[in-house]
Design a protein around this ligand. Sequence first.
Ligand code: UT7
Length: 328
Amino acid sequence: MTRPISEVASTGRFLPDRVLTNEDWTRMVDTTEQWIVERTGIHERRVASSCTSVCDMGVAAAEQALERAGVGAGDVDLLLVSTATPDRLLPSTACDIQARLGANKAAAMDISAACTGYLYILALAEGYIASGMGEVVLVVSTEKMTSIMDWEDRSTAVLFGDGAGASVIRRATGDRGILANDIRSDGKLADLLQRPGGGALRPFDDSVLADRSHLLLMEGREVFKNAVRAMSRSSRLAIRQAGWTADEVDLLIPHQANIRIIEATARYARVPMEKVYVNVHRYGNISSATVPVALDEALEQGRIGPGSNVLLVAFGAGLTWGATALRV
Ligand code: UT7
């Protein structure tokens, strides 16, 4: 049996209270409840208020994870934040979260890997602990997707929501922990999902505002095909690296972007839908926060517990993707 180096000691989550339903969307853009449900599986999503920051949501999820692990903020060696929606462009949201938590001894940084962000920061946490640089890593995935989507574009706006998930990663002491990590990217496909305006290449000005290029642009169908292909491949690889068979996966927790992507990924990974965690109908796509929020819910609901084999798999802009085999 593979001996893990690090373990997910605890999890936490934060979802804003405000619910935006499909019916609400039918009043804002040319869409129907039937189209959204049939094409995506989404029924509603959460929306953070204008005074709730990405930092606020991350801090709430992180505080819950720290308390559950019995770890003080001052014990954190490294704070890694994944977000596609930083509160400001400089400095990192991780530094703002560090200050709010009082994680004074930690190095803090943001990682940009879009919806795959949680799997990326898990892999980095694992490497950091393996190298001996530190023992406690706080990973936080926090996203305010409603702040970067185009509320007038029906093909993207109905898909997204806001929220945050967090985990404390510690050195493993037994056979529970991360057994395999497969993280990948293909920058040749970067234009499929992007925010082209407002960065250093095309600094924010009136023309960016006029053509709305500071907002999310996606070629949905292409992203869909690549998502299924990449997540299936990564799932099979992580299962094999962990020394499992598909039958030994107790729960598959995929990125929650679209129920059709989830079903196809599960089919190719040979995991039946009864063993797949789904909450896309309640929250839509919260980018990198989908996986840690789902992991936290699955633990809370008792769908998994100590010793369960859990496969995390995600996909996003970059393109980036990956899978993590975890014994919780
Ligand atoms: O998390 C990061 C990764 N992101 C994803 O994984 C998203 C991947 N992509 C998808 O989930 C799907 O491609 C979408 C849900 C975005 C779109 O579903 P689709 O089945 O691929 O639809 P489509 O883009 O091929 O559009 C089909 C039709 C089009 O109309 P025409 O050209 O056939 O007349 C669209 O204009 O559906 C139309 N459409 C809508 N109709 C009603 C697009 N959005 C809507 C809408 N309501 N909200």
